[in-house]
Design a protein around this ligand. Structure first.
Ligand code: KIV
Ligand code: ZN
Length: 516
């Protein structure tokens, strides 16, 4: 039999509690809209007693949600808090009050400064009062992870008798190991009277990075509600991340015998919305929603993923609303990845050309972090130009600066494969380079008409693409382009490309335009 696990999203309450994460009312409504698209079962909308603003935004959320989800409001086990929650939820079609107090020795002694007996009575009274506002009352036993078991069981038994319908067992400080938390849930299932008729909720914090693992362990032990936040935002190290919990339950639904109502394909959108609203970007390596979650960079992984996605992916990115698996081209990428991406861009070079292209790719990738499609387009254009070139650039070295005189030393390969070299000086490194090329490729009266540089992609390591225009003595115009991570090299390549076209222009109508 499959158990349906309820998802209580507390992004708007526990998430908003984290420092610097407070949200405007309009932002809370945008998040509510997304939570409805996700189809979360319960939206914990806020803590109405905490401020008039929170009270008003719970009311607005109630109005917005209608009957589409349960709207829950937090209240400490204090009459004022419960009245505020009940009033803020008054118009809700499906209202839940979430009340409770600390139950661990240090919460009782140091925070509440109450005896265990007094705390138990307050808990019972709180639940009874909450029941006067709604039939749906959830009780939280704060810091249950560090509570004395027999006392915890007693409190939960009594609040269930008082009318609570859900009992929440928070590991408030994220202290327990997943197996310890699972064991606690199992123990409570066996020792709390009436728990079989209630919903048991898990609420885990991430202080040791185990909030998701503990939540799943709690479900395996019998809990049927998970409390979580989008991107795992929340107090200190945060709460269990909704996207992680949902995907773990989904991938392991058979062994766990569970299902959820969540629309997985909304997970990426929800994550981006929260990141945009809180200004807290998601780490690239974050599970499920990080920008690298489906990116493959090493050659071995790329080869595997291209042969069969599941070799290195357990989640289909499209199923969580992300872009299909990305093959990130870097210096670690293998031939298979480059061939695949070139194919997607419409290039199918023959094997000999591909080898040259791959060498050039490695050359560029060595200097750049990542190779983008625009870089590949330039690389392919460069390759085409190199094939038709009479004169090829072999070595270029420039020295320049202030107050240095710019000089360029150049080695070219000529039309018959011979190498020749020279050096020249000029007003700057590009002028010196062009003069050195002119000295080797003697083209009478070639005039430089236009010279322009532009970056191909982003970042200071971007390829620079240079375009030049030359005219010959008849006034015909020849264009040239060159690209490289070094703009002096790009300039030399572009200049040579234009000269090669000029020299090869037996039928000038093919490559040139007349300016007359
Ligand atoms: O972490 C916690 O114990 C809580 C309760 C208020 C449910 O957030
Ligand atoms: Zn919490």
């Amino acid at each position: 039999m499959t158990r349906n696990i309820l998802i209580l999203d507390t992004t708007l309450r526990d998430g908003e509690q984290s420092p610097g994460f407070s949200m405007a009312s309009s932002e809370k409504l945008s998040i509510t809209r997304e939570l409805l698209r996700l189809k979360v079962d319960i939206i914990e909308a806020g803590f109405p007693a905490s401020s008039p603003g929170d009270f008003a935004s719970v009311q607005k959320i109630v109005e917005y949600v209608g009957s589409k989800a349960v709207v829950c409001a937090l209240a400490r086990a204090l009459p004022g808090d419960i009245e505020a929650a009940g009033t803020a939820l008054a118009q809700a079609e499906r209202a839940r009050i979430h009340t409770g107090l600390g139950v661990s020795p240090c919460h009782l002694k140091d925070k509440l400064q109450m005896s265990p007996e007094d705390a138990l009575n307050s808990a019972i009274k709180a639940v009874k009062l909450a029941r006067t506002y709604t039939d749906d009352v959830q009780f939280y036993a704060e810091d249950a992870g560090r509570a004395e078991r027999s006392y915890l069981a007693r409190v939960l038994t009594e609040v269930l008798k008082a009318g609570a319908t859900t009992v929440n067992v928070p590991d408030t400080t994220g202290y327990l190991l997943p197996q310890q938390y699972a064991e606690l849930i199992s123990w409570l299932m066996a020792h709390v009277e009436g728990i079989d008729k209630a919903t048991v909720a898990v609420h885990c914090h991430n202080d040791l990075g185990m909030a998701t693992a503990s939540s799943i362990a709690g479900v395996a032990a019998g809990a049927s509600q998970v409390e979580c936040t989008i991107n795992g935002i929340g107090e200190r190290a945060g709460n269990a991340a909704l996207e992680e919990v949902v995907m773990a339950l989904d991938l392991h639904h058979k062994e766990l015998g569970v299902s959820t109502n969540i629309r997985k394909d909304e997970l990426t959108r929800a994550s981006r919305l929260i990141a945009a609203i809180t200004g807290m970007s998601v780490p690239a390596n974050k599970a499920v929603v990080g920008s690298n979650a489906f990116a493959h960079s090493s050659g071995i992984h790329q080869d595997g993923v291209l042969k069969c996605r599941s070799t290195y992916e357990i989640i289909d990115p499209v199923s969580v609303g992300a872009r299909a698996s990305q093959i990130v081209l870097t210096v670690r990428s293998g031939r298979a990845a480059l061939k695949h991406r070139l194919g997607e861009l419409g290039y199918t070079p023959d094997p000999a050309s591909f080898n040259q292209i791959y060498d050039r790719f490695l050359d560029i990738a060595d200097k750049k972090n990542q190779i983008y499609d625009e870089d590949l387009e330039v690389l392919m254009a460069e390759h085409g130009r190199a094939l038709e070139a009479l004169w090829k650039l072999k070595i270029l070295q420039v020295s320049c600066g202030s107050p240095l005189k710019a000089t360029a030393t150049i080695v070219l390969e000529g039309p018959n494969g011979e190498e020749c070299d020279t050096c020249a000086s000029g007003t700057g490194p590009i002028d010196a380079t062009f003069k050195a090329i002119d000295a080797l490729v003697a083209v009478p009266q070639a005039e430089l008409l236009r010279f322009a540089i532009q970056a191909v992609t982003r970042g200071s390591d971007a390829l620079g693409e240079v375009s030049v225009q030359l005219s010959n003595e008849q006034g015909q115009i020849f264009s040239g382009r060159g690209a490289d991570g070094d703009i002096i090299v790009s300039s030399a390549k572009a200049y040579l490309n234009a000269l090669n076209r000029l020299l090869g222009s037996t039928d000038s109508s093919l490559d040139t335009r007349s300016n007359k």
